[in-house]
Design a protein around this ligand. Structure first.
Ligand SMILES: [Ca+2]
Length: 244
């Protein structure tokens, strides 16, 4: 995963790389971010997955999965932003340790704007394993309803799809001091002085979150953990994909 600075696509650098391996008994956080990482997703921000999160849910036997896309929305842009109704958003679950998904949760949208609706299928066996060309399973959706609404049940699957402030924390100024060749060639960030001694990020008291106040379109799914471990073990590999 990598963070891309606008206008420097070909020279984007891996900021933090991670593998999202989650042991259900003891969750390890995945730490990475991926905003605007290639020209294709800059042209279609709905395809731009910024972050994927997995963490314990509202009860001990439940897990939350989050797939964020369409990063760097300003508050003014946010009401007009939509999930792309022509692409497939997927949570992928490997519970056999081979880095191939055994289950998927498929999310598609209909319409645009405030009247957009979401359909969530699964967890189900993937119609296609791997690859970027994926198909929607021919099954009845588990949860359906409007965006910007909490859907489903607290005992089964709960879903929220809509705008939220980007939860990722990025001290961009310090990042550019650590790696000054990533600085943009114009604009305020180009003026940050190089600091060869800056070898780490600043502590919470002095760090500045460059993403504060910008929004993402978030797909949040909470479900019984047993639905993720079914047919496999409690050690889960979790990731997301966005594909046509
Ligand atoms: Ca597997």
């Amino acid at each position: 995963m990598k963070f891309h600075l606008p206008g420097r696509g070909a020279r984007a650098l891996a900021l933090l790389a991670t593998v999202a391996v989650v042991g259900v008994a003891g969750v390890r956080a995945a730490r990475a971010s991926d905003h605007q990482d290639n020209p294709l997703v800059e042209l279609n921000p709905s395809m731009d997955m910024s972050d994927f999160y997995a963490f314990p849910g509202s009860a001990a036997d439940r897990t939350v999965l989050v797939l964020n896309s369409h990063p760097l929305l300003t508050p003014a842009q946010t009401p007009g932003a939509s999930f792309d109704p022509n692409i497939l958003y997927q949570f992928k679950i490997d519970n056999t340790g081979d880095a191939k998904e055994d289950l998927v949760i498929q999310v598609v949208f209909h319409g645009t704007g405030a009247s957009q609706t979401v359909e969530v299928r699964g967890p189900i066996a993937p119609p296609v394993v791997g690859g970027m060309m994926n198909t929607v399973a021919n099954t009845t959706p588990t949860v359906t309803g409007p965006v910007n609404t909490v859907l489903g049940t607290t005992s089964g699957m709960q879903v929220y799809a809509g705008a939220r402030e980007d939860p990722f924390f990025l001290d961009l100024e310090q990042f550019l001091r650590i790696l000054p060749d990533r600085k943009p060639s114009t604009g305020p960030l180009s003026l940050i002085p190089d600091s060869p001694t800056a070898g780490s990020f600043r502590d919470a008291a002095s760090a500045v979150d460059a993403l504060k106040g910008s929004n993402v379109l978030s797909i949040v799914v909470e479900l019984p953990t047993a639905q993720l471990t079914a047919g496999g073990s409690s050690k889960l590999g979790l990731w997301g994909t966005i594909s046509r």
